[in-house]
Write a protein that binds this ligand. Structure first.
Ligand code: NAD
Ligand code: IPM
Ligand code: MN
Length: 349
């Protein structure tokens, strides 16, 4: 009886989470999943009303759930960084969700932005470190607002942190019988990514069956565009993982299609679309809900129901084949109509 804390958040976060819940409710009834949902308000409205981001009492409550299902946070009325740090990163850090799993899978050749690269070529997973690196929030500003101002943002890599994410990636690649690629910038970030490279070389010896290779982050962006078929699993640091997964989202057909899981198998994991609150289209009912629905599918897989996650993905694939699309994909369906159509397809199967 998995219990899910639902945090719709801001902007299109609320709109797309509604559709994810529509699909989860349908699957829950059809397959007797007995899913329990409880919704919590976090985000701009709460912050503007009360100054609260995530109070400790709410964190304590969230600890009692099996998973968190999050929309997105971010609002033009709130200075950049407050909601992102105070809510999203706070949750990832508090629950020590050290794995950010971001599959990059094109579902239909028509939506490939690349000539001659289709569903057989664009299918890999980025495993992004999710609790350290440039996101650790360590640094400061000296002589603020003077000509001598210095801003420092430290990149933290701990052996424990680097080893656990690279090990997770080796295990993932091993299960997939795939290749593991390390993406770093160890030619310049010799301390932080020097450690990544050393740990990668050490763990390679423990996984002789896993084929490996290594690209610097600048070169990997070239390869992702020119030869995406060479990748199965990419492991990388927090910052680079953020950047290359937006590129990956476009390879999949757009930001409206990219899902992610913030995972710690021994804590509370959190599932969310890769995209943000999209203030430019929020409130119009036109956001693509597929990323949020795929994130819901990842959550079911995490609960042990890979079979149902596959059914949802198949349903989405059919909806795309049948041109039941939102505007970002060239269609004219609203957010909720896309959700309704996917439910209709799931009812058929
Ligand atoms: P964004 O992902 O919100 O939007 C980027 C572009 O993609 C926009 O043009 C948007 O309209 C489009 N887009 C995104 N999702 C879409 C969808 N489902 N359907 C159709 N089009 C979609 O990124 P941004 O504009 O850089 O950030 C907006 C706000 O969201 C900022 O406050 C940012 O910090 C925040 N953000 C939050 C998260 C999160 O909570 N997980 C992730 C990224 C950005
Ligand atoms: C993402 C987002 C977040 C990140 C921001 C909003 C903090 O861009 O989930 O990709 O950088 O991780
Ligand atoms: Mn991002």
């Amino acid at each position: 009886m998995p219990s899910i804390a639902v945090l719709p958040g801001d902007g299109i976060g609320k709109e797309v989470i509604n559709e994810g819940l529509k699909i989860l409710n349908f699957m829950g009834e059809k397959y007797n999943l007995n899913l329990k949902f409880e919704e919590f308000e976090v985000g701009a409205e709460r912050y503007l009303k009360s100054g609260e981001l995530i109070p400790d009492s709410l964190l304590k409550q969230l600890e009692t759930f099996d998973a968190i299902y999050l929309g997105a946070v971010g609002d033009p009325r709130v200075p950049s960084g407050i909601l992102e740090h105070g809510i999203l990163l706070k949750l990832r850090f508090h629950f020590d969700q050290y794995v950010n799993l971001r599959p990059i899978k094109l579902l239909n050749d028509r939506f490939s932005p690349l000539k001659k690269k289709g569903v057989n070529e664009i299918n890999f997973t980025v495993i992004r470190e999710n609790t350290e690196g440039l996101y650790a929030g360590i640094g400061g500003i000296l002589k603020k607002d003077t000509q001598d101002e210095v801003a420092i943002q430290e990149m933290i890599s701990t052996r424990k942190g680097v080893e656990r994410i690279i090990r997770y990636a080796f295990e993932y690649a091993k299960n997939l019988k795939g290749k593991l690629t390390l993406c770093d910038k160890s030619n310049v970030l010799t301390y932080s990514h020097g450690l990544w490279l050393r740990v990668f070389e050490e763990l390679k010896k423990e996984y002789p069956e896993v084929q490996t290779d290594h690209y610097y982050v600048d070169a990997i962006t070239m390869k992702m565009v020119r030869n995406p078929e060479i990748f199965d699993v990419i492991v990388t640091c927090n910052m680079f993982g953020d950047i290359i997964t937006d590129l990956g989202a476009e390879l999949q057909g757009g930001m409206g299609l990219a899902a992610s899981g913030n995972i710690n198998p021994n804590s509370v994991s959190m599932f969310e679309p890769v995209h943000g609150s999209a203030p430019d289209i929020a409130g119009k009912g036109i956001a693509n809900p597929i990323a949020a629905i795929l994130a819901a599918a990842m959550m079911l897989e995490y609960f042990g129901r890979k079979d149902l996650a596959e059914k949802i993905e198949d349903g989405i694939t059919i909806s795309i084949q049948e041109n039941l699309l939102s505007q970002d994909m060239g269609g004219n369906l609203s957010t909720s109509e896309v959700g309704d159509e996917i439910v209709k397809i799931l009812k058929r199967g």
